[in-house]
Design a protein around this ligand. Structure first.
Ligand code: MTE
Ligand code: MO
Length: 368
């Protein structure tokens, strides 16, 4: 491997117009699986069905020897083990998490990276200690402006060798639902989801939720690490400094109705009533409405949105009673949030394929 060929000042590659998914993209897709869309029927995604995204390797970890260092601009640097975390008051929050690259593989031209279609999402009940309680125990120096989170995983990305690290502005980090989570759906974290401890930042795209957390550092300046300053920025082109990827844009997904064709995964339904159901979410503001279309977005009907269940950071279920008639249909749905955020019918392209929330498209054949 010649890492000098990589140029960190440039974003990743774009596929040529006719270039299919490469073996490298396939290797990423085989490690990092999506949520099978039929799992949209669960309020809380069973852990094994939740999507996965791991930049490097899953670190081998043992709970007994795990330590988290809290350092930098604090009055009392701390070294926390799992027993210390478990002894603190805990909080459980239901959170819909989505990878910022969700939808990337449908973009033209295609940014070459983990090739998600629309399935990089899942909802879990995370239990852990509010980060702000840990920061209060350490005593935050008034000069601190950011908190840098370091994972135990290590790799190289476009020539830059690094630990996986991300930061949050101090005011974001102090949110009551930002957790150092040691349980997912009532059980210890699975290795692939960050065992034994991960950060959970409700409402933010997945990259913020640092797994295998081993360091929390208070700093007096914005963090300039690779995952903050180079990756995860919405750029129009390679020279655009871009803007950081932050909170999750509104999206609705339908659980594909009927039954699938094995290879194409196109759906087959029988004529008559079909209950279309799905989930909608936004990390920016609560979802206020969802519409469904069965003609590829030419006409839209209001879906029934389930009453607010009080889980601010979790997706909401919606249903639509469709009377299917024989022929070909293109099923789709779109969500609107309380800030007026919407989903484009066409792609909203950017260089890394981030925060793309173009509507889903499900070809459905209704039998005669
Ligand atoms: N340490 C570490 N944390 C990480 C990552 C990683 O590669 N290493 N991937 C991030 C990304 S890009 C996403 S989308 C989420 C995925 O979390 P999940 O695999 O539990 O669904 O983890 C985030 N946290
Ligand atoms: Mo991600």
């Amino acid at each position: 491997m010649d890492m000098t060929l990589n140029d960190v000042s440039r974003p990743g590659r774009l596929a040529e117009p006719d270039e299919g998914i490469s073996a490298e993209e396939l290797a990423l897709a085989a490690r990092n699986h999506g949520m099978p869309l039929e799992a949209l029927r669960y309020d809380v995604t069973p852990a094994g069905l939740h999507y996965l995204l791991i930049h490097y390797d899953i670190p081998y970890a043992e709970e007994e020897s795990w330590r988290i260092a809290v350092d930098g601009l604090v009055d009392r640097p701390l070294t926390l083990d799992l027993a210390a975390l478990r002894a603190m008051p805990s909080r459980t929050v239901r959170v819909t998490m989505e990878c910022a690259g969700n939808g990337r593989a449908r973009l033209l031209p295609r940014p070459v990276s983990q090739p998600w279609l629309v399935e990089a999402v899942g909802t879990a009940e995370w239990t852990g200690v509010p980060l702000r309680d840990v920061l209060a125990a350490a005593g935050v120096d008034p000069a601190a402006v950011e908190v840098v989170f370091t994972g135990a995983d290590h790799g190289v990305e476009r020539g830059v060798e690094q630990d996986y690290q991300r930061s949050l502005a101090l005011d974001e980090a102090l949110g009551e639902d930002v957790l150092l989570a040691y349980a997912m759906n009532g059980s210890s974290l699975l290795p692939q989801h960050g065992f034994p401890v991960r950060l959970v930042v409700p409402g933010w795209y997945g990259m913020a939720h640092v797994k295998w957390l081993r360091g929390i550092t208070l700093t007096d300046r914005p963090f300039e690490g690779y995952q903050q300053a180079v990756a995860y920025r919405v750029r129009r082109d390679a020279d655009d400094p871009g803007v950081p990827v932050t909170r999750i844009a509104p999206r609705a997904l339908v659980a594909p109705p009927g039954f699938p064709d094995f290879m194409s995964r196109n759906r087959v339904v029988r004529p008559g009533p079909v209950l279309v159901e799905g989930r909608a979410w936004s990390g920016r503001a609560p979802v206020t409405s969802v519409e469904v279309s069965v003609d590829g977005g030419q006409t839209w009907s209001a879906a029934d949105l389930e009453p607010d269940t009080g889980h601010r950071w979790a997706w909401r279920r919606f249903t639509y009673a469709w009377d299917a008639v024989p022929g070909s249909h293109l099923l789709t749905a779109r969500a609107v949030d309380a800030l007026g955020g919407e989903q484009p019918i066409d792609q909203a392209w950017n260089r890394g394929g981030f925060a793309n929330n173009a509507v889903q498209q499900i070809p459905v054949a209704c039998l005669h």
